[in-house]
Every structure is written in structure tokens, then in C-alpha cells.
Write a protein that binds this ligand. Sequence first.
Ligand code: FAD
Length: 326
Amino acid sequence: MEFSNLKSPGVVDCLIIGAGPGGLTAAIYLARFRRNIVIVDNGFSRAALIPTTHNCPGFPDGISGEQLLNRLRSQAAHYGVKVQTGEVTELKQTKNLFEATISNRDESRNNSNGGGSISVIRAITILLATGTADLRLDTKHWKTCIQKGLIRLCPVCDAYEAKDQNIALISSSPREGVKHALFLRTYSRNVTLIYQAKAELTSAEKRRLRKVNVEVIEDALGSLHITGESKPSIRLSNGEELQFDVIYPMLGESPRSQLAVQLGARCNRQGKLIVDRHQRTTVAGVYAVGDVVDELNQISVAAAHAAIASTDIQNRLNKLGYRLCP
Ligand SMILES: Cc1cc2nc3c(=O)[nH]c(=O)nc-3n(C[C@H](O)[C@H](O)[C@H](O)COP(=O)(O)OP(=O)(O)OC[C@H]3O[C@@H](n4cnc5c(N)ncnc54)[C@H](O)[C@@H]3O)c2cc1C
């Protein structure tokens, strides 16, 4: 699929970094725009953790994150796109092109020298769909607990499934803790905020929570453990163990924005990339979509970003003269 007429051999129209819902949707759009693209992924999509999503449009009975990713991958494959396994470790800008260094973990496993293989891709545009990483409780059971619905990470995604249950929310941010506790209170009468920071909540914050019967437990960071199997429990620093139906550890996130930052892209205070209404970052030719951007972390949002960014990339490439169909 090579339709650009001006670029040098070996240069792709767009390098997509990340094959979660954002990157894969962009791959489908750009391939259907008859663009020559490469998509690289190193296998840490948040979507892969979803046991069953019930708010993704078009799936009335829900769908697991893995199944959704498989469907998106096969839709992309229909247009000739194959996800390349590897990690983009560096992005550089040279004249009007971007140069990405990719370390391939799969090949490194079979490599008798013990080292991985490194390749370089040159691209006219970059679309970053690298997502974000959850900061989580230090428990080796966390993945199993997520699969069983004992730990949940996103009230917008699945508080409906936790309705009327005994819910604990762990937070170290007063603003986010209070906000999420009030949000969860619309789903259940039994909500406890376990507040982990050293600084106390203000009396106004405590009053707001008390008014709607949200219980508040202030406990210093590092003293909580999730130990339960059928029902999760939290051990407080005084030894007391509290059992809940479900726990939301809302401990923050670490957006994977470093590659764009290397190029000079600007982030907000949370480390999320700042974009305009076309998903353009502050570096011309570099786009960002999905959880790495300052928006609601949702599949539908990532897909919508991808549609907007891909269309702008197509228009940009056309304006630059990369447009002729042979
Ligand atoms: C437990 C859980 C439940 C959820 N439930 C729902 C739900 O019900 N509904 C909903 O809408 N949302 C839900 N979400 C949120 C949803 O998963 C995310 O909003 C969505 O996955 C974001 O898509 P994305 O493409 O931006 O990022 P991701 O899906 O996280 O994909 C990013 C990809 O980029 C790759 N990557 C990162 N850096 C590099 C690099 N340098 N080189 C190569 N590859 C790289 C990663 O490996 C990853 O595969 C849930 C999330 C979790 C954790």
C-alpha cells in the first residue's frame, strides 16, 4: 500500500505507537484512507485488563477487553495492517521527518547473542496512542482480583456493576478522593473513603462526605493490603481488617507521554499531552489520542480521538503533497 508520490523510499506516512483501542482505530482509518502506515505495540494495553465492558457502544451483552482488541486487530488486518511487536524507545526529528528507534522483544528471545534487535522507522507523521499506567496497590493478586470484579479501577466504566454493594475507595488525593466518593455514592449507600495521604482532609471536605453518609478512614500511606480472595479486605495500620464487596484503588496514573516530550511536546500538570481540537500536540506532525491525552479514560473517547486525528493526518499529508493514487 504505497500511494505517496513525493517521499523517499522506506518512509511511511504515519507511525502509530500503541495498539490499544486508540491506535488500532487510527490504523483502520488511515489504512482506509490508503495511507502507508506502521503500528508498533509492546503489549500493555489497559483494555486487555477489562473482564467485560458494558459501556462500549454496539455490544449490548458486553465484551471482554481482549476480545475487543482482537476484533479491532482483525478489522485492521482486513486493510493490510499487521501490528508489529516492539517498543519505540526513542523519537527524533530530522528536517521534515521523524525517526523512531524500535527495540523488538520478540526477536530478542530467539537471538543467540542474548540481545534484542533494533530497527529504525522514518515517518512523516507520528500518532501517539501509548495510553497511561495505573499506579496500584502493592499486591500480587491484583490482576486476578480485577478479573473477578473484586478490584475495579474506573467508576465511570463499571460502578453500575457495583451498584448497592459495599464499596471502598482508596485515594491519596483529597480532590480526587472526595470527587470519586461522591460519584460512587450515586450507586450505593455503603461507600467508605480510605484516605491515604499524610495531610488530613479539610473539615469542609469531611462535612460534604458526612452529609451523604460516606464513611471516611484516614490512614497513612503504605499500611494497607488487599488480602481477601472471595471478598477483598483492607488491613489498616492499627491491625484492623475491613471487608468490602469491591475496592476501587484510585491511586493515580502515569501517562506514557515521554516519547512526545522528547520532541518538545507540552503536557499538563498530570503529565497528559496537551492537544488541540484536531488531536495535534504542540509539535507539528505529532498527534496524540486516548488515555495519554487529558480527557476521560474511555474506549469510546480513544476511538473518537483516533477518528479526528486520522482525518487531520490525511488532510495534512494531502496538503504536503503526499496524495496521488497511482
Ligand atoms: C480494569 C479496567 C477496566 C476498564 N473498563 C472500561 C470500560 O468498561 N469501558 C471503557 O470505555 N474503558 C474502560 N477502561 C479504560 C480503557 O481500557 C482505556 O480507556 C483504553 O484502553 C484506552 O485506550 P488507549 O488506546 O488510549 O490506551 P491502551 O489501551 O492502554 O493502549 C496503549 C498501548 O500502547 C502501547 N505502548 C505504550 N508505550 C509504547 C511504546 N513506547 N512502544 C510501543 N508500544 C507502546 C501499550 O503497550 C498499549 O498496548 C478500563 C480500564 C481498566 C484498567
